[in-house]
Design a protein around this ligand. Structure first.
Ligand code: PRP
Length: 212
């Protein structure tokens, strides 16, 4: 029997997503063991799960090391991996937003200095508005940039808004809503379509029930 290789994002979102996969009939009880293992198999169901860094899921799936996986829409928009996006799981919901200090006045005639981890999302967004910007790529703690005068605004993920609040920043605009997506490798979707469709349909039913 062919194994279905599934890459899940390590962490709180991954635990939640695994719960959905299990409820859809794709369980792998070993995964609940408290240890540091990263790969788990359920040979009876033909499943192999592995935990990877959330931002790496799409890399595994694009290159076929995983047949399917779960990745945030932020990662899909930023890196545009060549994969199928099969389903919006409607979990891990947050938004990509522009934020600044409370007193920042945006003079539209001036180039806007934008600090972000998501340079493509930010560039696409401001290009769609016809706005000239200077992009400053950072790898984390982007909230500090406007505080220190490195940038005028940031483009970053906002979930509860607490990080912004505690750093005296506020949302100015929402760029795009974000949630977790089921993705599939394009070749795997040809060769393992029956199993992947069964997974997608099982998950779609759960998403529908949760929304009802
Ligand atoms: C994101 C983002 C913010 C924070 C927002 O970081 O970069 O810092 O979450 O969440 P909040 O609105 O609930 O405060 P994440 O925790 O994903 O880690 P990262 O900085 O490593 O990307």
């Amino acid at each position: 029997m062919k194994l279905l290789n599934i890459a899940l994002p390590k962490g709180r979102l991954g635990d939640k997503v695994y719960g959905m996969f299990a409820a859809a009939g794709f369980e792998c009880p070993d995964i609940l063991e408290e240890n540091r293992k990263l790969v788990f198999e359920n040979p009876a169901l033909g499943l192999r799960y592995f935990w990877v860094k959330p931002s790496d899921v799409a890399v595994y799936v694009e290159r076929g090391a995983a047949d399917v996986g779960v990745a945030g829409k932020d990662i899909l928009l930023e890196y545009t991996p060549d994969v199928y996006e099969l389903l919006d799981l409607k979990v891990g919901k947050c938004r990509m937003a522009v934020a600044s200090k409370h007193d920042f006045y945006d003079d539209q005639r001036r180039t806007l200095h934008v600090a972000t981890k998501f340079t493509k999302i930010a560039s696409d967004y401001y290009a769609s508005l016809g706005r000239d910007i200077d992009i400053i790529h950072l790898n984390g703690s982007v909230e500090i940039a406007p505080i220190l005068g490195l940038s005028d605004v940031i483009v970053d993920i906002v979930e509860t808004g607490r990080t912004l609040q505690e750093n005296h920043l506020e949302v100015r605009e929402t760029v795009v809503p974000i949630s977790a997506r089921l993705i599939a490798n394009k070749a795997s979707y040809e060769f393992k379509r029956e199993m992947i469709d069964r997974l997608r349909e099982g998950l779609a039913k759960l998403v529908e029930e949760a929304e009802a």
